[in-house]
Design a protein around this ligand. Structure first.
Ligand SMILES: [Zn+2]
Length: 348
């Protein structure tokens, strides 16, 4: 175990102790919702960020699940809603801290950004008396993030961009790698990106974190939501927080690099393949035609053998736009079997 990783006792049934979050004390066995005031906007209308806390009778990990850091990404809100309704949480060991919407302003405005047009994921560690985004980041760091021993940060693809359900984490970190493996998503992508909550948590405090991303901004995607709910419960089982869930039989395909397919020309883009499809190098994956009626079309072909992990859903593209993202993989039978196993697991 790395020296900076917090140790979590799983085998000993130790009674929990009271927890204080945002000046509210929560006793073992208690379940509460608190509304934390966020920095104000110019209308002076108060904004609050609801936080659900389930504090188990027995001690264990403190898992933070957060969603809508980008306010237009709503699959995570639905994942937390379903998670909080699971009866098995009555036997929770440790503590679940769930924040369905971190970026309340972005949710109202259907935007990933905050009022000062900054992205919260790149703004941790800033001055508490500085920008709007820095103030919100400071509030999160000092009141919520510092309570957690583990974190799952829920995201979707960007607007008009659909992503295959996937875990993004630092796969060289043993605990992050185990969290990614037990989640049961079909794909785990290694990242050491300096962007994002993941990096901030890992750099500044030793909280193993995975980002779960799937679907598209401003859309609900059932398969992404199901995989997210089941994945979190599987991970909680791994952490010793739950006993009643079934381990995933699907181990994710681990990826350390992907290939982008750019639109070679502008026009009307018709996809021939979609997320989850396995394609061979040279396969035609989209046609781009002239929106003004010319019969000539330009084809986009796959640059590699692999799995399509995201694509543009907007049929209007400008040259140079990324239309597909493909994870390189050369054994088609194994990949097709892997995707079928995942779909069967999430639908059962
Ligand atoms: Zn996001």
């Amino acid at each position: 175990m790395p020296a900076n990783l917090r140790s979590v006792k799983i085998g000993v049934m130790e009674k929990n102790t009271p927890l204080t979050i945002c000046n509210t004390q929560i006793h073992p066995g208690e379940r509460i919702t608190i509304a934390v005031p966020t920095p104000e906007i110019y209308t002076c209308a108060p904004m609050h960020m609801p936080i659900h806390i389930i504090h188990g009778k027995y001690a264990g990990p403190k898992l933070l699940i957060c969603a809508a850091i980008h306010g237009d990404e709503i699959n995570g809100i639905s994942i937390i809603e379903r998670l909080l309704n699971l009866r098995l949480l009555k036997k929770l060991r440790g503590t679940l801290i769930a924040v369905p919407v971190i970026n309340i302003f972005g949710l109202i405005n259907q935007s990933r950004l905050l009022p000062d047009m900054y992205d919260l994921t790149t703004s941790f560690g800033k001055n508490e008396h500085g920008s709007f985004v820095g103030r919100l980041a400071h509030l999160l760091e000092t009141e919520i993030l510092n309570q957690a021993t583990h974190c799952v940060d829920l995201h979707t693809g960007e607007p008009h961009r659909h992503s295959l359900p996937q875990i993004q984490t630092n796969l060289d970190h043993p605990e992050c790698q185990t969290m990614a493996e037990c989640f049961g998503a079909p794909l785990a992508i290694h990242t050491e990106s300096k962007r994002g909550l993941l990096w901030q948590l890992y750099q500044d405090s030793p909280i193993p974190t995975v980002i779960y991303e799937g679907g598209e901004a401003l859309r609900l995607d059932e398969l992404t939501i199901r995989t997210g709910v089941k994945g979190i419960t599987r991970m909680m089982r791994h952490l010793g927080m739950l006993k009643e869930t079934v381990a995933s039989e699907v181990k994710p395909l681990t990826v350390r690099g992907t290939s982008s397919c750019w639109a070679p020309t502008s026009g009307l883009c018709k996809l021939k393949q979609r997320v989850g499809a396995y394609v061979k190098k040279g396969t035609v994956i989209a046609d781009i035609s002239d929106p003004f009626g010319s019969v000539q079309t330009t084809q986009i072909t796959s640059p590699t053998d692999g799995l399509i992990i995201s694509h543009n859903n907007l049929p209007l593209v400008n040259e140079g736009e990324a239309v597909f993202e493909i994870a390189e993989y050369h054994t088609s039978e194994k990949m097709i079997e892997h995707m079928e196993s995942w779909q069967h697991q999430e639908h059962s």
